[in-house]
Design a protein around this ligand. Structure first.
Ligand code: C2E
Ligand code: CA
Ligand code: CA
Length: 377
């Protein structure tokens, strides 16, 4: 919660202060990032003893609501004037060194060294330009249709974000979602996807298209660090959409991370009438009991299992078992990554009635989706 977070920040700040001289400067740059300026040091090595004492102090538990909480720090160091002659360069290089420290394991420090920076700089540039991308409206939502295997009719669509980069062209989500997740940018990005795709669905419904099912991917940080139910509440009332037309796709790792919170958020979403799908089912670490312990409506069989059909007997056995399980539990099931007629035949045979994949269509822009896939009712 916010209170606990604020308390933690205050305690941490006090500890940093205790490790420094009165003449040193400490600033919080935002989120969980701090900057420290040590003036009048004689040798770069002098910084090491301060850094070590900082890490030691920060490593001790913090009491929050009668509980011991542990935090770690990664520290990047740049030294004037070798690593930069102005504040901007010093900070930038300290930042690069910090990323390197993070990579080598938590609770460590790294000095900036020019040769280490090529990869780090690329990463930082990507982070900065992603930050801009949201502001500059370079993100676009693509849609991939979901089909009824028997009637071959469109049942709905999944929103899949793309980054339309001014120089690099369309960048797929695998290249920026992990970074967005790591940096926390995912919260803003995800909020934008939710709003945009809900507006699109409403728009198509008003235009008379028979479409009433939208799936939206929600990542772990979005799910755990944001008032997701509050956000959907707002978007539903702004768009006038029916919450039952929206399905949230979560991966197993999201539920495993913080089960207490997961339970509460799912309860809220479920109470609003939103549907919950388990994405990439069978590839994560969740136990099967999650299917009965959490309010889950849909299981999405991971594409890696579908691709083995019709030659990989083991994958086929897994698909058959998942579908059997879901139908016994009255859950709805959909296969993703369907690419061939044989796969459709197998899925129908074993009792799966919904599919999504390149067999029908890749994810396409809203324009193409409307032109090529939607039909007026
Ligand atoms: P996902 O949720 O598992 O999405 C399915 C991915 O499989 C999509 O890749 C889709 O284009 C691809 N796919 C679907 N059918 C087929 C097929 O028949 N063959 C093949 N080869 N691929 C198929 P995409 O769009 O590149 O998205 C990758 C991942 O990025 C998604 O995996 C999802 O985890 C994440 N992602 C995309 N959009 C968002 C978003 O708005 N928010 C969040 N949090 N994550 C997103
Ligand atoms: Ca998905
Ligand atoms: Ca998936």
């Amino acid at each position: 919660g916010h209170d606990a977070g604020d308390n933690l920040l205050t305690s941490i700040t006090l500890r940093i202060q205790q490790s420094l001289r009165r003449t040193d400067t400490i600033a919080r740059l935002g989120g969980d990032e701090f900057a420290i300026i040590l003036e009048n040091i004689h040798l770069p090595e002098d910084v090491v003893s301060v850094t070590k004492s900082l890490l030691e102090n920060l490593g001790k538990p913090v009491q929050i609501h009668q509980r011991d909480v542990y935090v770690g720090a990664s520290i990047g160091i740049s030294v004037f004037p070798d690593d930069g002659e102005d504040f901007g360069n010093l900070l930038k290089h300290a930042d690069i060194a910090m990323y390197r420290a993070k990579e080598t394991g938590r609770n460590t420090f790294q000095f900036y060294a020019a040769e280490m920076s090529a990869a780090a700089i690329r990463r930082m540039e990507l982070e900065n330009s992603l930050r801009n991308a949201i502001e500059m409206e370079q993100l676009v939502v693509y849609y991939q249709p979901k089909y009824d295997l028997k009637s071959r009719e469109v049942l709905g669509m999944e929103a899949l974000v793309r980054w339309d980069h001014p120089e690099k062209g369309i960048i797929p989500p695998d290249e920026f979602i992990p970074l967005a997740e790591e940096t926390g940018l995912i919260v803003k990005l995800g909020e934008w996807v939710i709003k945009k795709s809900c507006q699109q669905l409403k728009h198509w419904q008003q235009a008379g298209y028979a479409i009433n099912n939208l799936s939206i991917n929600v990542s772990p940080r979005q799910f755990h660090e944001q008032d997701l139910a509050g956000l959907f509440e707002k978007v539903m009332s702004e768009t006038g959409l029916d919450a039952q037309h929206i399905e949230i796709e979560l991966t197993e790792s999201t539920l495993v991370q913080n089960q207490v919170n997961a339970r509460e958020v799912l309860r809220q979403l479920h109470a609003m009438g939103l549907r919950i799908a388990m994405d990439d089912f069978g590839t994560g670490y969740a136990s099967l009991s999650y299917l009965k312990d959490f309010p889950i409506h849909t299981v999405k069989v991971d594409k890696s299992f579908i691709w083995g059909i019709p030659t990989d007997k083991q994958n086929m056995a897994i698909v058959r078992a998942i579908i059997g399980l879901t139908s016994e539990m009255s859950l709805s099931v959909i296969a993703e990554g369907v690419e061939t007629e044989e796969q459709i035949e197998f899925l129908k045979d074993v009792g799966c009635h919904q599919g999504q994949g390149y067999y029908w269509s890749k994810p396409v822009s809203a324009l193409e989706f409307e032109r090529d896939i939607l039909k007026k009712s």
